[in-house]
Design a protein around this ligand. Structure first.
Ligand code: DMJ
Length: 619
């Protein structure tokens, strides 16, 4: 533009120069030089001069701005290519701040961002194409915020956190010594435990523990785990796996490890496994089978499930992981699968607004009308509110479904015991079963998490309900001899938050109660939640710690040792991670930036403009 303007004036001057006097010529010359000065001034001295300089002096080669997979926010597609580069650079920084919080951007991380940016600028200025891989590699070296590893200020809290870390080391070392490469440790038999959930898949404890090790700063242990994943984690197995369990533990564990470390190995592995799970969705409705043979791709449902149904808590708990699989792979097919599930559920008529736990993947009709916020239903509700949060509060459909479901649950299932304890009963075709499972205790944390965005005037109410549920779950622990809670506790026949049947009395190192303590602590800073968490640590130490690891117990009402001889992988993935977080500063994996999958694997919030990118790919 400037050249055109200047040369245009020059031509005009030349054509008329013969007919003008010397003084006029002189005047024109002065005018011309003034114009040139203004032109150059515009280029070099105006505030936006860098952009202008690029615009005029650089070739307009298109640049790829998305950095999907690095977990950072891609730059906007609109505008000139160089504007995209600018936007990208800005978004690298914003993404970095978004992921870890402004205050947590350390000098070292900033240095790394700057190196990445610098490379983009030089590539742009030299007119060469940006080496995307190189930039990604630079971006992916980000570490979680160092604040996450700073010691809590309070001495007691610090020592509690240290204790939890020591428990993790103990659980890990024993697994390593006696059960390395198998799914779980049998801490009394001192060998490996083969769970039926994973078919021939191996290493559940290793994959489930990756992020906990990393977060706790157990670097050597993390390195061993990573090495095993690299050399031994094999998905080409001829065995039937639970689609749900493999998704939440393996896919979730790998995705978290990727997002925390930026290590491509974990990303590739998660995508590879995601691909292997896809045949499970080949049903007439798109509601996946519960089980899939990873080699043959043949799926089926559990024999015990009503009318060949799939289970709500299983097919309804894939959303977060599959959305992230699309995010890291850039391939929308994973997201499409879970959006189909959403569509089917949305279309269905719900009895009293409730979601039964059984749904046929063939007919698309509900099976038995059993409704529960505990086993078989639990994490479906959890994933609705988390889908809303993980989508940067854009998934309005999930939000609506969550609050509508919650309202139906409150009306039909939430009750108060004679002594005033609030509980969430189960519903069998309209008849209430006045029991609450340990699994249902996650709901205290879920209610707190969803309170902020609740429809009109409900926020305070949901926080109160969350606190009441937490008290009830704590009571189920407090009323036992071991101070650990039973698998299910009742509120009928004179029972009040205690198990009355022998096969409800066991505790298998489950996390839900301490998970809720952790969330409640973070939302309220009421010290009792840390106190209750510490009670749980002491009880675990006293009743579950054995020579070679931690074991579940068969009767929480008896202090005589009766161990079940299994160190569940979720003890390392969830129970110990949530306890560690309970005694950490709030900055560690803050809810503003991270959402936990149902196995406590942190996944980052997908920022709005990143989602646009995925939608673009979809079209
Ligand atoms: C975990 O695998 C997950 O939390 C799941 O949602 C429910 N069961 C266990 C822990 O109890």
């Amino acid at each position: 533009m400037i050249r055109k303007l200047c040369s245009g004036s020059g031509l005009g001057l030349g054509s008329r120069s013969g007919g003008v006097r010397l003084s006029q010529r002189f005047l024109l010359l002065i005018l011309l030089s003034a114009l040139i000065t203004v032109c150059f001034g515009a280029i070099f001295f105006l505030p936006d001069s860098v952009r202008l300089r690029r615009f005029f002096l650089l070739p307009t080669e298109p640049q790829r701005t998305d950095i999907a997979g690095s977990g950072l926010v891609p730059g906007p597609a609109a505008g000139s290519p160089h504007r995209q580069t600018e936007a990208h650079i800005g978004s690298v920084r914003r993404g970095q701040e978004d992921r870890f919080g402004k205050s947590s951007v350390t000098e070292q991380m900033l240095q790394e961002v700057t190196e990445g940016e610098q490379r983009l600028i030089s590539a742009s200025e030299s007119g060469t194409e940006v080496n995307r891989a190189e930039v990604e590699a630079s971006n992916s070296r980000y570490q979680p915020p160092l604040e996450a590893r700073t010691e809590p200020v309070d001495q007691d809290v610090r020592s509690h956190r240290e204790k939890v870390k020591e428990m993790m080391k103990f659980a890990w070392n024993n697994y390593k010594q006696y059960a390395w490469g198998t799914n779980e440790l049998k801490p009394l038999s001192k060998n490996g435990h083969a769970s039926g959930l994973f078919g021939g898949l191996l290493g559940a404890t290793i994959v489930d523990s990756l992020d906990t090790l990393f977060i706790m700063g157990l670097q050597e242990e993390f390195r061993e785990a990573k090495e095993w994943v690299e050399n031994n984690l094999d998905f080409n197995v001829n065995g039937e796996v639970s689609v749900f369990e493999v998704t939440i533990r393996f896919v979730g564990g790998l995705l978290s490890a990727y997002y925390l470390t930026g290590d491509e190995l974990f990303k590739m592995k998660s995508i590879e496994l995601g691909e292997k799970l896809l045949p499970a969705f080949n049903t007439p409705t798109g509601i996946p089978w519960a089980l899939i043979n990873l080699r043959s791709g043949v799926g089926r449902n559990w024999g015990w499930a009503s009318g060949g149904s799939s289970i709500l808590a299983e097919f309804g708990t894939l959303h977060l992981e599959f959305m992230h699989l699309s995010e890291v792979s850039g391939n929308p097919k994973f997201a499409e699968k879970v959006m189909t599930i959403r569509k089917v559920l949305n279309r269905l008529e719900k009895p009293h607004g409730l979601y039964p736990n059984y749904l046929s993947p063939v007919t698309g009709h509900w099976g038995q009308h059993h409704v529960s916020i505990g086993g078989l239903g639990d994490s479906f509700y959890e994933y609705l509110i988390k889908a809303w949060l993980m989508s940067d509060k854009t998934d309005e459909e999930a939000k609506t479904m969550y609050y509508e479901a919650l309202q139906a649950i409150e009306t039909n299932l939430v009750r108060r015991s004679a002594s005033g304890l609030t509980y969430i009963a189960e519903w069998r075709g309209g008849i209430l079963d006045h029991k609450m499972g340990h699994l249902a205790c996650f709901s205290g944390g879920m209610l707190a998490m969803g309170a902020d965005d609740a429809p009109t005037d409900q926020s305070k109410h949901y926080m109160e309900l969350a606190a009441e549920i937490t008290i009830t779950c704590h009571e189920s622990y407090r009323r036992s001899a071991t101070k650990l809670g039973p698998e299910a506790f009742r509120f009928d026949g004179g029972a009040d938050a205690v198990a009355t049947r022998m096969n409800d009395k066991y505790y298998i190192l489950r996390p839900e109660v301490v998970e809720t303590y952790m969330h409640m602590w973070r939302f309220t800073h009421d010290p009792r939640y840390r106190e209750w968490g510490w009670e749980a640590v002491q009880a675990l130490e006293q009743h579950c710690r054995v020579d070679a690891g931690f074991s579940g117990i068969r009767d929480v009402y008896s202090t005589l040792p009766h161990h079940d001889d299994v160190q569940q992988s979720f003890f390392l993935a969830e129970t110990l991670k949530y306890l560690y977080m309970l005694f950490s500063e709030d900055e560690l994996l803050s809810p503003e930036h991270w959402v936990f999958n149902t196995e406590a694997h942190p996944l980052p919030v997908i920022r709005r403009n990143t989602q646009e990118q995925v939608i673009t790919n979809d079209q």
